[in-house]
Ligand binder design. Structure first.
Ligand code: PFF
Length: 449
């Protein structure tokens, strides 16, 4: 049998998994969800969810991946042959298709905004012109299609280059670049008049704003941000070397993911407050508000080029990880070559994401459950498929997998984290299934908060 790929170093594994975690979820979604849910109080709940439920699930997915050395479908086939647990794999693969299809649309917008920033197309426009420009771009249908096709091709190129020479190599270069750009933007925001208000909004909590919905949003954001519940971290875990300390790897990933989200907040909210923009303005915050904000700032040209480069890098390293879920399945289960798998997957995603773009045109009649395909895929994946996948995964690990095997993998054969294993196991067995099912029931409307 051909030797299976692994990441070549621990730093490479951390960079790749952090690259997956850090994405549009941190820089586009986190600020607007925080804005909509009242700021600091939401952030505290989000931090608790990340540490108490997200991190243990990340460790569980890594353990399953490294123990089985397989893709998400193969992993459950190895753990429980001929059982229904392989359905987690099927669900993961379906979720990967769904997320990648709308994620590459947003990434395509990002590329378009980057190109417009580079040619200085925002200069001299007022805010309604920028808003109309964005509306016209989405309504054209073909322009977002072309950009998203280019983005998918870039993602496939990295996948075809391989685990070590593609995924690990690009993440090791791009993640430090991302951090540097973000720090420049943070420093810049420290000089804005709204810095104090922005920081207050982010860090001085008003606990009266916490209710059931806020808790659920926070947990959902924690899962989305850590790429959990669909086998991405199972797949990446399968490339972690068997004697690496998995606990510190997972800890570093969760920590950097959280820090980047907070830094994105620090980069964005002072600007929002300086220019009197409503922090609750929703998903448009990045694409309509920020070009406006940048225009009113000194150095706007560089700031907007840097910001959209940052967003593009974040999107690319995450979409690579989603595509790898599919590529690992195709190469291992269907015995395809990496090149063939990459081309095939990219082709299918290009078709589905084009349909998402078409369904966003005003004259489009593609509607399911009252939503266009883009909104449907967004809601379906984050609110249902990932949460269900996370629930099944933690249920499996806590109740249907042998404890000693999980312990062996978690501690890398008794080497690391032996003392914290009981705490981790308690969370996996009891806390996580209960918490996740609460969210899920509320998402499908069976539980009202
Ligand atoms: N974690 C990514 C983000 O925050 O943008 C999104 C994501 C990547 C979700 C990979 C799921 C996944 F498998």
């Amino acid at each position: 049998m051909q030797k299976r790929s692994t990441f070549g170093s621990k730093f490479g594994a951390i960079a790749a998994a952090a690259g997956s975690a850090i994405g549009l979820g941190n820089i586009w979604r986190f600020p607007y969800v925080t804005g909509e849910n009242g700021g600091a109080a939401f952030i505290i709940i989000y931090l608790i969810c990340t540490i108490a439920i997200g991190l243990p699930l990340l460790l569980t997915e890594f353990s399953i991946g490294r123990f089985t050395n397989r893709n998400v479908f193969g992993a459950f086939k190895v753990l429980k042959p001929r059982s229904k647990w392989s359905l987690i794999g099927v669900l993961g693969i379906a979720t990967a298709f769904v997320i990648l299809s709308f994620y590459s649309v947003v990434a395509g917008w990002t590329m378009n905004f980057l190109a417009e920033s580079v040619i200085n197309n925002f200069a001299g426009k007022n805010s309604s012109q920028i808003q109309e420009g964005f509306g016209g771009f989405v309504a054209s249908g073909w322009r977002p299609i072309i950009w998203s096709i280019m983005f998918i091709a870039m993602t496939a190129y990295i996948i075809i280059s391989g685990v070590e020479k593609g995924i690990e190599r690009y993440n090791k270069i791009l993640m430090p670049v991302l951090l540097v750009i973000l720090l420049i933007l943070v420093v810049n925001s420290a000089f804005l008049s709204g810095f104090k208000d922005g920081i207050n909004f982010l860090f001085s909590p008003d606990f009266s704003k916490i209710n059931g919905k806020v808790v659920l949003e926070a947990l959902g954001q924690a899962f989305f941000s850590l790429s959990l519940g669909m086998g991405t971290m199972i797949t990446y875990g399968s490339y972690i070397r068997s004697n690496d300390n998995m606990i510190s790897t997972a800890g570093s990933v969760a920590l950097t993911d959280t820090i980047i989200a907070l830094l994105a907040g620090v980069a964005i909210f002072p600007a929002v407050f300086s220019f009197g923009i409503n922090p609750t303005s929703g998903p448009d915050l990045v694409f309509i508000t920020l070009p406006n904000i940048f225009l009113q700032m000194p150095g706007s040209y560089f700031l907007s080029v840097l910001f959209f480069t940052l967003l593009l890098i974040a999107a690319l390293t995450s979409s690579v990880s989603i595509m790898e879920v599919l590529a690992a399945y195709c190469t291992e289960e269907l015995k395809m070559s990496r090149r063939r798998a990459g081309v095939l997957i990219a082709g299918v995603i290009m078709v589905i994401s084009s349909m998402c773009c078409i369904s966003q045109m005003p004259e489009s009649s593609i509607r399911i459950a009252g939503m266009n395909l883009f909104d449907l895929f967004d809601t379906l994946s984050a609110n249902y498929m990932m949460i269900f996948g996370a629930f099944l995964t933690t249920l499996f690990a806590g109740w249907f997998w042998t404890k000693s095997k999980l312990r062996g993998e978690f501690t890398s054969g008794g080497k690391y984290g032996v003392k914290i294993f009981p705490v981790y196991y308690f969370i996996v067995k009891f806390v996580s299934p209960v918490m996740i099912s609460l969210i899920f029931l509320s998402q499908i409307g069976l539980l009202g908060f």
